[in-house]
Design a protein around this ligand. Structure first.
Ligand code: HXC
Length: 258
């Protein structure tokens, strides 16, 4: 399938999706989010794909939702269309891991898109922000909720209320990104991380993702119980026997996703 606003490449079990609207700093419009949703769905169905990477350009991961597309809309328009909401669900419900590779601007919906991924690796050029307040609106793709969980109330509130941008160093210090790397090495580092994930048991990878995400949705004791049941369930897999057997035998494990 040929896409117009994104590019998609599958190589070595990794599906690299790049946002590609360079003239608009990758601003997210309906066409792009539809294509992104479709690409994520296809990657999820593609048995070759074991990890996804979502990236932008050197200048911008995405500078937010497309203000030009939104500016003339009414409440009824955005409410009935559920503007961008339906498309975002594809990313939110994907069960394969997704790494966000962020260089340059990740603002508004761009920052929210990065936060929907499982972790963010940032270039030292990255700038995160939720500047919707400057447009007379609030975030609409989970920014007030997810940023608060990542960086805590005080910093999230300041970012949303003032619209100021956070640089990569601050983003790492406050827990928004897993690590910062030199811009020139961003894709190499992200692909290495993705590659590492592809070598694990896909069953265990899926269980990890489910369990960590559960921590956002439930109490500590329920979350720990859910994790314990998943841990126990892993003992019904051949990959558990292979992984532990390989350790005991001092050899590399050969996982078969069973
Ligand atoms: C549409 C955008 C855009 C956006 C940039 N562009 N961001 N177009 N929507 N969000 C376009 C510009 O209009 C311009 O096109 C081109 O990209 C280059 O941008 P410049 O502003 O000339 O670049 P620069 O001076 O380097 O400034 C970069 C910037 C600035 C700081 C990132 O572009 C900016 O502030 N953008 C808006 C950021 C923002 O408010 N994001 C939140 C959107 S609301 P032309 O054709 O004029 O040259 C949101 C809500 C999500 O995301 C919720 C959805 C449910």
């Amino acid at each position: 399938m040929a896409f117009k606003t994104i590019t998609v490449d599958v190589d070595d079990h990794v599906c690299l999706i790049r946002l590609n609207r360079p003239d608009a700093l990758n601003a997210l419009n309906t066409a792009m989010l539809r294509e992104l949703a479709q690409a994520v769905d296809e990657a999820e169905r593609n048995e070759r794909v074991r990890c996804l990477v979502l990236a932008g350009s050197e200048k911008a991961f995405a500078a937010g939702a497309d203000v030009k597309e939104m500016s003339e809309k009414s409440f009824v328009d955005v409410f009935t269309e559920d503007l961008f909401g339906r498309e975002a669900h594809a990313l939110e419900r994907c069960r394969k891991p997704i790494i966000a590779a962020v260089a340059g601007y990740a603002l508004g919906g761009g920052c929210e898109l990065a936060m929907m991924c499982d972790f963010i690796i940032a270039a030292d050029t990255a700038k995160f922000g939720q500047p919707e307040i400057n447009l007379g609106v609030v975030a609409g793709l989970g920014g007030t909720q997810r940023l608060t969980r990542f960086v805590g109330k005080s910093k999230a509130m300041e970012m949303h209320l003032t619209g100021r941008f956070m640089d990569a160093e601050e983003a790492e210090r406050s827990g928004l990104v897993s690590r910062v790397v030199p811009a020139k090495k961003l894709m190499e580092e992200v692909m290495t991380a993705a590659q590492k994930i592809t070598e694990k048991s896909a069953v265990a990878v899926m269980a990890v993702k489910e369990s960590v995400n559960r921590s956002y949705e439930t109490t500590l004791s329920e979350g720990v119980l859910h994790e314990r049941r998943l841990f126990q369930a892993m003992f019904a897999t051949e990959d558990q026997a292979e992984g532990m057997g390989a350790f005991v035998d001092k050899r590399e494990a050969q996982f078969r996703d069973r």
